[in-house]
Write a protein that binds this ligand. Structure first.
Ligand code: 5GP
Length: 178
């Protein structure tokens, strides 16, 4: 069973669907009237499930792209140097860009990625995250579209992993501690 090890469900499939629909509405309203396709960029790998659902509720012409980054050194500490392991396929210069993340925790990853993207001179750059753990923040990031704020717990499912497992769970759960 893929979900062995999950102690309890924190966010149900129904709550996820409601959240994604709300975000889709907000994003559609925000970008209504833009003259070129919105560029929606997902940060791999955690955001891919959320991205797939989100783009289907954004009622605007858009294109998607993906970016992958990893942190040098100890993988459990996300304050180290960032290395881009997969770059975008297209230029974002003078484009309206929406960066999509699975979860903002300390904020280090997102703020560094935002810096990298900003250097490419998009026309606008906004941020959407499925989950937010503000109690862990050590690096401030302005989030334009936020799904669900969660307490300081390590969560899995709906794209989020533990050692690459659990990404396929349709809900978000908390792992057993042992
Ligand atoms: P930050 O740089 O904001 O501390 O880290 C963000 C990244 O850490 C996320 O993209 C995600 O990969 C990982 N992360 C942070 N909190 C969690 C969590 O509760 N569960 C999982 N699966 N990953 C997390």
């Amino acid at each position: 069973m893929p979900d062995t090890g999950i102690e309890r469900i924190l966010i149900t499939e129904e709550e996820i669907a409601r959240t994604v629909a709300r975000l889709g509405d907000a994003i559609t309203t925000c970008y209504a009237g833009i003259d070129r396709e919105l560029v929606v960029i997902g940060l791999l790998r955690g955001s891919f499930v959320f991205m797939a659902d989100l783009i289907r509720v954004i009622r605007l012409p858009l294109v998607v792209d993906f970016l992958s980054v990893s942190t040098y050194g100890d993988g459990t500490v996300s304050s180290g140097e960032l290395r881009m392991t997969k770059d975008l396929e297209q230029s974002i210069e003078d484009r309206d860009v929406l960066l999509v993340e699975d979860i903002v925790d300390t904020g280090h990853t997102f703020s560094k990625v935002l810096g990298l993207m900003q250097a490419r001179r998009p026309r606008s750059l906004k941020v959407c995250t499925f989950l937010d753990k503000p109690s862990r923040r050590t690096c401030e990031v302005a989030i334009d579209f936020c799904g669900i704020t969660i307490p300081n717990e390590f969560v899995c499912g709906y794209g989020l992993d533990f050692a690459q497992r659990y990404r396929n769970l349709p809900y978000v759960g908390v792992l057993k501690t042992d």
